[in-house]
Design a protein around this ligand. Structure first.
Ligand code: UDP
Length: 238
């Protein structure tokens, strides 16, 4: 019998989270650590879906700021998430996990197309599913894609991995006396414009009662404790 409070989860990993301390790209150390943490969840009986970002490689808004057509920039951003998804798949497989990448943009020589019912079947069979290409549409973010997929696959909890232990009223890296929240409502996050996820993602979570936990990915074992029901870790939005 599994002792998990949350069995099916959606984990959002931003591109920045995969970068470690570097300025760009993917850190093999960070990928290895994440793969071990995620593997522990599967071994404990969890069904794990992941949405990866692409901001460590390209962001459409940044490219548009430099003069590129925004939709082209967003297409590049979505392809960047495919690169990250393949790297994450490789790291998970090297840790002995079964994994499938599913892309919202068709690129089926390198990964599967996103088909909801097939994604759920993979999860039921104990495979980790990585959703790539965000929503498949420009002008959206992978935070919104994470909320969308979490709702679509009936996840019980959405988690956002960050380098700090929750949501603060200001960036704790810049404001030393920033204060941390244990728990917030969706509307508090929206009203205070807290920089945790974009507003579209929070609204989607609110409208579909998808609880969100923002936790510290650098703390080994935190993910598993959260899935076992420890609410003292991270900030909870519900
Ligand atoms: N993107 C998009 N549609 C989506 C998701 C992402 O066009 O549904 C593009 C967008 O350009 C975005 C980039 O992909 O900047 C990378 O995603 P995001 O910025 O969300 O990555 P993260 O900040 O999580 O690393």
């Amino acid at each position: 019998m599994s002792d998990l409070r949350y069995k099916r989860i959606l984990l959002k990993l931003s591109g920045e989270a995969l970068m470690g301390d570097a300025e760009y790209g993917i850190s093999p150390d960070v990928m290895g650590r994440l793969a071990a943490q995620i593997g522990d969840l599967v071994e404990a009986g969890a069904q794990v879906a992941i949405v990866v970002g692409g901001g460590n490689i390209f962001r459409g808004a940044g490219l548009a700021g430099a003069g590129m057509d925004r939709v082209t920039g967003d297409h590049m951003g979505m392809l960047a998430t495919v690169i990250n998804a393949l790297a994450m798949q490789d790291a998970l497989e090297r840790h002995g996990q079964k994994c499938r990448v599913m892309s919202a943009v068709r690129i089926n020589q390198v990964c599967e197309d996103y088909i909801r019912r097939r994604a759920v079947r993979h999860l039921e069979k104990g495979r980790i599913v990585i959703f790539a290409s965000g929503t498949g549409n420009p002008f959206f973010t992978t935070d919104s894609a994470a909320a969308l997929r979490a709702v679509e696959i009936n996840a019980e909890l959405m988690l956002k991995a960050t380098k700090v232990d929750g949501i603060y009223d200001a960036d704790p890296a810049k404001v030393p006396d920033a204060s941390r929240f244990d728990r917030l409502s969706y509307d508090e996050v929206l009203d205070r414009r807290l920089a945790v996820m974009d507003q579209t993602a929070i609204v989607l979570c609110r409208d579909h009662n998808m609880p969100l936990c923002v936790y510290d990915m650098t703390q080994d074992g935190a993910l598993l404790k959260i899935l076992r029901g420890d609410q003292s870790l991270g900030t909870w939005v519900d």
